[in-house]
Write a protein that binds this ligand. Structure first.
Ligand code: 3H9
Length: 704
């Protein structure tokens, strides 16, 4: 007898309780348990109606994603849902937490759905590269209408209980927390009122509506194709909904099952499922004892009210945490606060924030010029310009005013956190929190543990990161940490490829075709060419043997073409328009540069562009793993997907490398290193070892 689903009785109501922590995923034992307990409830003469609900914090959050890619284990979820719909007694789903994916499909197999107000429902399968495969594509359009169903399933966006009620997905939403009480009361009412059975599969009204507009599916297909560039499963979802309109339920379900299996076998599904688990794994810091409890963080301070500091302050105000914002001069402070207000105002204008909420958030940001006002902060984040001297000065001052146990974090993107910590008498309280610009928008947070960072400080910055809605990943100290260190490799190849004969547009096109939202040079223009230029100059000055030789991009920067902010960089921009346009002046600058360097431009194939840009990154990723700067390949993948636009459906650079095959990458790197005489392209020892052993990065486990 399955323990994961229990049958309990409350008068005439049989309650099926799914108990499979943490999220009641619909693994094999749950599916079998649902069938068995439902049969028992049907056979029990005392039971007149059945309620299905989830134990713990949620209804069922979907199929068990860990089963994907393995041989199917009966019963199939679709058969379970069909069986619920065919039940001899009426069935009610009582929803709290999240009814996602297969969870919502189970609920749609029921006659009625009641939820508490805080619940959410959705079919997020598309985010995993698949489609609802247990009847969702056939039943959701029957409840919510074709247009809303396509939108929900192709974006994967969840709906609040109230929105779902309006759409017809739910029958009732109630306030309250006791889901068992809510479910039983609703079921008793169904009995008392003698309500008819209401099998979703029998409903036809919303489908009839859609059939009156024969062009609707084609229109939807075009919208979806445009919105979900390169993705396979959104279009399969439209195909499945088309089947719901044109075929009887049974046939439609069969079609859905076939499309589901097709999606399941795609590399995109593998990449997206890897990305899902890698992100959750990254939340657990390798080597950190579970006894390391996060410190309390109720008040925060940010030093520096520039673009970065202002964005960071917003992250905290957005979740109700008071934040003191410190600047050295009144004018800079005023400018910073005004920018924050403008950002909020633009969100209000777009209808995504109430103006009362904006006032509340602005009220939580307390501007100051005095370090004394930082004495109460539990966490201080320094976000001034990149200068070791200036940062050490800030940390020295902080050491004097911060209360004992306060965490002192730096937002540096390149500097040595150990050296910054040495400016204090409490290096155990110092860490890095590397936000990405714009900090209030970008999901990634690279948390940096320095050599003396205390375990509970590490636990705190991860917990706080999650609290402010970021995807935090713990990394170690090195130049550029994980993301920028790998990016520098790609930048270097991109610059060299142009010197050798490729155009900047050709390099960018290869990267956007691969799935990046923007190419290398369009991104440099957005971030500011001066940033990389200054870094390269510093490295040359410091005598770094790995520093890249002066190049055409430096020359562009010398002319003051810093990118979008100066109206032009690698590309030209029309005023008020961020579309990059090829610029003949830049083409000439590149030609002149090649002539001076005696470089005869050659035709550079797309494959070479892709391999050099991405294999160089993978190679650096291998070094990062070897040095322990990142604990797991999945951590690197999470960083690149959430901070640098690496297409999630390719799983991140390290996962992608495994899919390509490490021996292929080693061979290509060796070829380029020899042919171009570029020793820095030689494969790293770890990459070589894994390739020669026939293994992938996935074989590496995190140090405990
Ligand atoms: C589907 O349903 C297909 C069907 O249409 C057709 C089938 C035929 N399976 O995210 P958290 C684990 S596709 C297995 O940190 P939160 C997760 O790995 C599915 N495991 O918590 C983690 O494990 P660990 C459609 C799952 O509170 C733990 O639970 N459904 C699953 O921040 C806690 O997760 C979805 O795509 C799963 N389905 O967020 C929903 N879900 O502790 C996916 C979670 O070992 N899930 N785990 O690291 C979510 O979106 C979030 O987990 C949720 C909770 C919002 C539910």
């Amino acid at each position: 007898m399955s323990e994961m689903v229990k049958l309990e009785r409350s008068g005439k109501v049989g309650v099926l309780v799914v108990d499979n922590p943490p999220v009641n995923a619909l693994g094999q034992a749950v599916r079998q348990g649902l069938l068995d307990r439902l049969a028992e409830a049907e056979a029990d003469p005392e039971i007149a109606i059945v309620v299905i609900l989830g134990a713990g914090r949620t209804f069922m959050a979907g199929a068990d994603i860990r089963e994907f890619g393995k041989p199917p284990m009966p019963p199939a979820l679709g058969d379970v849902v069909d069986r619920i719909e065919a039940s001899r007694k009426p069935v009610v789903a009582a929803i709290h937490g999240t009814a996602f994916g297969g969870g919502l499909e189970v609920a749609m197999g029921c006659d009625y759905r009641v939820a508490i107000a805080s619940a959410k429902v959705g079919l997020p399968e598309v985010t995993l590269g698949i489609l609802p495969g247990a009847g969702g594509t056939q039943r959701l359009p029957r409840l919510a209408g074709v247009e809303a169903a396509i939108d929900m399933m192709t974006t994967g966006a969840p709906k609040s209980a109230r929105e779902a009620l309006e759409l017809g997905i739910l029958d009732e939403v109630v306030e309250g927390a006791d889901i068992r009480g809510v479910g039983v009361a609703f079921a008793e009412r169904v009995l008392a009122e003698g309500r008819q059975r209401r099998r979703t599969g029998d409903l036809d009204e919303r489908l009839q509506e859609a059939r009156r507009d024969p062009g609707m599916i084609e229109k939807a297909r075009q919208v979806v194709e445009k919105r979900s560039r390169n993705l396979v499963s959104p279009l399969l979802i439209v195909d499945a909904v088309e089947a719901a309109l044109s075929l009887p339920l049974r046939e439609g379900l069969k079609k859905e099952r076939a499309l589901f299996v097709r999606a399941l076998e795609t590399p995109q599904r593998r990449g997206l499922v890897h990305a899902f688990f890698a992100q959750r794994e990254a939340a657990k810091v390798a080597g950190l004892s579970p006894d390391a409890r996060p410190r309390d963080v109720g008040e925060v301070a940010v030093i520096g009210a520039g673009t970065m500091g202002g964005g960071i302050a917003m992250c905290f105000a957005n979740v109700g945490i008071p934040v003191t914002l410190l600047e050295s001069e009144q004018s800079a402070l005023d400018r910073g606060v005004a920018t924050i207000r403008r950002n909020y105002e633009s969100t209000v204008k777009k209808g995504r924030l109430q103006s009362a909420d904006m006032d509340k958030r602005m009220g939580l940001i307390r501007p100051t010029l005095s370090y004394d006002d930082l004495a109460q902060a539990d966490l201080v984040i320094e976000a001034i310009f990149e200068s070791m001297e200036a940062k050490k000065d800030v940390f020295g001052r902080l050491d004097k005013v911060a209360k004992p146990g306060a965490i002192l974090a730096t937002n540096t993107s390149t500097l040595d956190v150990n050296e910054i910590a040495s400016a204090t008498t409490r290096p155990q309280d110092v860490a890095g929190m590397h936000f990405f610009s714009p900090a209030n928008v970008m999901k990634l947070l690279e948390n940096v543990r320095a050599s003396q960072t205390a375990p509970d400080v590490q636990a705190t910055i991860m917990e706080v990161g999650k609290r402010i809605g970021k995807v935090p990943v713990m990394v170690g100290v090195c130049y550029g940490f994980v993301g920028n260190r790998m990016l520098h490799r790609r930048t270097r190849e991109a610059i060299d490829l142009v010197e050798e004969g490729a155009s900047p547009e050709a390099v960018d096109a290869v990267l956007t075709d691969f799935g990046f939202p923007m190419g290398q040079f369009a991104m440099s223009d957005l971030a500011g060419i001066d940033v990389g230029w200054r870094i390269r100059q510093e490295r040359r000055k410091a005598g770094d043997p790995d520093a890249q030789a002066p190049n055409w991009l430096d020359r562009l920067a010398e002319q003051g073409r810093f990118g979008q902010k100066t109206g032009g960089g690698v590309y030209a921009y029309e005023p008020g328009d961020r579309t990059p346009r090829p610029d003949p002046a830049v083409a000439k600058l590149i030609e002149d540069w090649r002539r001076e360097k005696n470089v005869a431009p050659r035709i550079v194939e797309e494959q070479e562009i892709l391999e050099r840009c991405l294999y160089a990154m993978v190679n650096e990723g291998a070094k990062i793993l070897d040095e322990g700067i990142a604990a797991r390949p999945g951590d690197i993948d999470t960083i690149w997907i959430n901070g640098y636009g690496f297409p999630a459906y390719r799983g991140g650079p390290m996962f992608w490398a495994d899919e390509v095959g490490l021996p292929i990458i080693v061979e290509a790197l060796e070829k380029y290193a020899a042919k171009l005489d570029r020793p820095h392209l030689q494969p790293s020892p770890l990459l070589r070892r894994l390739a020669s052993e026939g293994k992938g990065f996935a074989s590496l486990t995190a140090p405990s």
